[in-house]
Unconditional design. Structure first.
Length: 171
């Protein structure tokens, strides 16, 4: 039985191991050099700890019997837009709806924050996964971040309203 829970400071090492495992697969054919850069620099364990200590990122975990099997890293919304940066489910647990569950949880959170839009970047192989969740492509960069193709996808989840200004940026 898979449950979702927010990443706690005491679990960052376990999360980092799962994140590393999925990162090693390469996501969008990341080169070994880029993977090492991500794991040792941009997304090192120190960075993950900072995310949690300072509320820079919201990390939702999917756990089976307390063992982490998936995650979704998103922000706390800004200007009514929620941004999802990383989603991963370990290979043995794929195609069981865990990715969808993680996404639906983030969408509910973003709605609570009065967000009207969710954005993410993906690549060709995963585009259909997000289309099934209601995302549509709004454009693409052929050589975007780190020289990779960024398919920019959005999902409208509400209406922007100036009355929500106070709420949208409070962590
Ligand atoms: C993308 C990723 C997170 C999806 O996670 P997941 O848990 O497999 O996602 P889901 O199970 O919700 O959906 C995946 C597929 O399983 C299907 N599915 C969902 N529940 C199912 C079930 N109970 N039985 C059979 N199939 C099911 C979905 O319809 C979907 O079909 P698709 O192959 O046409 O997309 C996962 O493949 C992954 O970690 N990939 C590597 C990292 C990556 O590329 N992340 C995305 C970066 S943008």
């Amino acid at each position: 039985m898979v449950n979702l829970s927010l990443l706690d400071r005491s679990e960052t090492n376990s999360f980092y191991q799962v994140f590393s495992q999925i990162m090693q697969e390469g996501y969008d054919n990341f080169s070994p050099k880029l993977i090492q850069h991500f794991l040792n620099k941009d997304y090192s364990i120190n960075v993950v700890n900072l995310w949690i200590e300072r509320n820079f990122r919201r990390v939702m975990l999917a756990k089976d019997e307390g063992v982490i099997v998936g995650f979704l890293v998103g922000d706390y919304t800004y200007g009514g837009v929620g941004f999802i940066s990383w989603v991963g489910v370990i290979p043995a647990y794929r195609n069981r709806g865990i990715g969808r569950l993680l996404y639906q949880n983030y969408e509910r959170f973003a709605q609570e924050k009065k967000a009207h839009l969710i954005e993410l970047f993906t690549y060709e192989k995963k585009k259909h996964f997000y289309e099934q969740l209601g995302f549509y492509e709004i454009g693409r960069r052929e050589e975007g971040f780190y020289g990779h193709q960024n398919i920019i996808m959005n999902k409208k989840i509400g209406e922007w309203n100036d009355a929500n200004l106070q709420l949208s940026n409070i962590y």
